[in-house]
Design a protein around this ligand. Structure first.
Ligand code: ADP
Length: 654
């Protein structure tokens, strides 16, 4: 394809001009040409856009060197080829020096085509080079501007393969901004790694080096905040980022990065951290104060609770306005069959049976209305004095109530005993004393027949014996209660002892029969024979005394493992069930029409109980009102108390 070519020809010979054009066409160019002969013509056209200038060396008023000079003055890069009739080597060199692309002789015009092609090619290369250089300049300028304009300080390190990366001599480019951040002038800061190392904060140095090493060795991201000392000696917090380049062996060859001043944020964070630390300290102090206060409160509550817990013989309880217990303590809890858990958090409906609750509720409500009360309440076979008080705030408002109970069962029992004792003394002592005094006075004052005297004296004897027994019973009981009674236990043939006792009974009238039911193979018991005789005497005397209409009295014995059980059964008046639990208490007597007629002290069964329990035995009764009663007691088999080999020496029926 023909190449269009705009050609300016400096030639005074038109024929030569034609020849040149022909050569160009031969080379494949389509020339659009203009011919000039003078400097002025040349200058007039020089502005135009020509691809090629062909010039004769010497023209009548002009020459090629001058033309070259003019083109150069106008900074035109148009391939300039000299086509001359004759030209010396020196001139040719001179022309080439002045910018001619080539020269050739008119008689060798066939070289023109290739020379033009070559010159155009060279111009194109020059053009490309110019453009590349311009682009490079542009890019460099942009880069320089970017570096100058960047807020971040930039750096670029080149590593030497045979040296460690952190060699202080490692060359590093630090951007002006980098240096400015550290308050250095461009020329003041070195261009080796040592300049940067010297600025590292001693506390951060290790961490930064480790992070960089990790990036360069393990290729993990390099992104770290650390401190750098500025020229004035203050420290700057910077955020450092960077990226290395590695060769095929994985060795770092170069690394570029940046630092950004984050001091403001860091100091802000630090201030915040300090404020937070101060706050945390305050919170800790407050928490400690609170814990101390709680501890004090807990101790104080514990003190109160322990006071309440050790409240003897009763309960201390607090209740709120909903009649719900908020605290319950005291030794009396378990005595009443309660536990803390059964009361605390529960309302009175959940705690007390209806009849007790009615009284309690009334007293509690009175307390919440500000009125204190004291009431005697029977509960669980116990008698309690119940104090109910209002709890009032400093402003005089009653916000809760307090109950304190005091078990007065024992006191009441003592009072009962006192009354019983008085009754007994007044009756059981006065009656025989009256008859003793009466009969003795009678005998002293009057004369009686021997039979009458004898009858009176036997009454006096009976009554004084009764009195002596009564006083003995009372004293025995006292001795046992205070632990002064000494027992002489030994192996006893209980069956023999029962037989002896039964046989010793005075002959009774025809209404009452005594029977002994005793197998002969009963093991000896471990007991004080005299005391067991006393027990049997009391039980047998009661059986007969409380069988006013006669009937059978059975004395029996049986063995159950290591125990021997003895019983005395009668068919007498029996005992009402309500009296059974108190039957073995001192001075207790069943109080009804039938028993009123029968004399007694209420000491016999209490004595029986004391004696049997001293023998580690048990005593109990079964009775049906109007049908009779059976009293039982148990005694331990003697073998338990003897060395295994020793023979049992019996001591009862001797
Ligand atoms: P007392 O001197 O009154 O007989 P006790 O201590 O021996 O005293 O007995 C206490 C009470 O038990 C008696 O008052 C009586 O009411 C009742 N009692 C004892 N033994 C019998 C019995 N065998 N039958 C019916 N009641 C009895």
């Amino acid at each position: 394809m023909a190449t269009f070519l705009r050609v300016l020809i400096l030639e005074d010979q038109p024929d030569d001009c034609i020849l040149m054009l022909r050569e160009l066409q031969r080379e494949g160019f389509t020339p659009d040409w203009q011919r000039v002969e003078t400097e002025s013509e040349y200058l007039a056209l020089l502005q135009s856009d020509f691809d090629l200038i062909l010039s004769d060396y010497s023209l009548p008023q002009f020459d090629a060197l001058r033309a070259l000079q003019l083109a150069r003055e106008q900074a035109l890069d148009i391939p300039f080829i000299i086509v001359s009739g004759t030209i010396s080597e020196e001139i040719a060199v001179e022309c080439m020096k002045n910018g001619a692309a080539d020269y050739l002789m008119k008689d060798r015009l066939m070289r023109l085509g290739p020379a033009v092609t070559h010159a155009l090619r060279e111009k194109q290369l020059r053009e490309e080079k110019r453009q590349a250089e311009a682009a490079l300049r542009e890019s460099e300028m942009r880069f320089a501007l970017a570096i100058r304009g960047a807020n971040d300080g930039l750096w670029d390190a080149k590593f030497t393969p045979d040296k460690p990366w952190n060699d202080p001599d490692t060359p590093v480019y630090y951007s002006p901004r980098f240096k400015a951040l550290l308050e250095y002038q461009d020329y003041e800061f070195g261009n080796q790694l040592r300049s940067w190392i010297a600025c590292l904060h001693p506390e951060d140095c290790d961490r930064v080096m480790r992070t960089l090493t990790a990036h360069l060795k393990e290729q993990v991201p390099y992104n770290i905040e650390y401190r750098l000392r500025t020229k004035s000696g203050r420290y700057l917090w910077v955020s450092g980022h960077g990226q290395a380049l590695w060769n095929e062996e994985g060795c770092p060859i170069r690394m570029a990065g940046s630092i950004r001043d984050v001091s403001e944020r860091k100091w802000g964070e630090e201030v915040l951290q300090r404020a937070y630390g101060a706050l945390e300290l305050r919170v800790q102090e407050r928490t400690a104060e609170l814990a101390q206060a709680n501890e004090d409160l807990r101790k104080s509550e514990e003190r109160h609770r322990s006071l309440a817990r050790n409240f003897p013989n009763g309960i201390v309880a607090l209740f709120d306005r909903d009649l719900r217990y908020t605290l319950a303590e005291g030794a009396g809890l378990s005595q009443l069959g309660f536990s803390k858990a059964m009361l605390e958090g529960r309302s009175i409906e959940e705690v007390w049976p209806p009849e007790t609750r009615a009284i309690i509720e009334e007293r509690y409500r009175a307390a919440l209305a500000g009125k204190a009360t004291v009431t005697e309440i029977s509960y669980n076979d116990q008698v309690h004095l119940v104090y109910v008080l209002p709890l009032t705030s400093g402003q005089g408002e009653t916000y809760a109530g307090m109950m304190m109970t005091q078990d007065i069962t024992a006191r009441i029992e003592v009072e009962r005993l006192k009354e019983e004792l008085m009754a007994m003394v007044s009756h059981e002592l006065r009656t025989p004393l009256t008859s003793l005094r009466g009969f003795s006075e009678l005998l002293l004052q009057k004369e009686f027949s021997p039979e009458q005297q004898r009858r009176f004296l036997s009454i006096i004897q009976q009554e004084s014996t009764r009195l002596a027994e009564l006083v003995n019973d009372f004293l025995d009981l006292r001795r046992m209660e205070v632990g002064h009674q000494i027992f002489h236990c030994e192996a006893i043939d209980i069956e023999g002892l029962l037989r002896e006792r039964v046989n010793m009974l005075p002959s009774v009238d025809g209404k009452l029969f005594i029977r002994l039911v005793a197998p002969s193979s009963i093991a000896p018991v471990w007991a004080d024979g005299d005391r067991i005789r006393q027990v049997l005497a009391n039980l047998l005397s009661n059986a007969m005394k409380y069988s006013p209409h006669g009937g059978e009295v059975t004395v029996g014995v049986r063995q159950e493992d290591t125990e021997v059980i003895v019983w005395v059964a009668d068919q007498g008046i029996g005992i009402p069930p309500v009296a059974l639990p108190k039957l073995f208490s001192k001075f207790f007597r069943v109080d009804n029409e039938q028993t009123k007629k029968i004399r007694g002290t209420g000491l016999g069964l209490a004595l029986v109980k004391e004696i049997i329990e001293e023998h580690q035995g048990r005593v109990w009764v079964e009775s049906e009102l109007g049908k009779g009663s059976t009293f039982f007691f148990s005694l331990p088999v003697a073998t338990q108390f003897l060395p295994e080999s020793s023979p049992v020496a019996l001591a009862a029926n001797g």
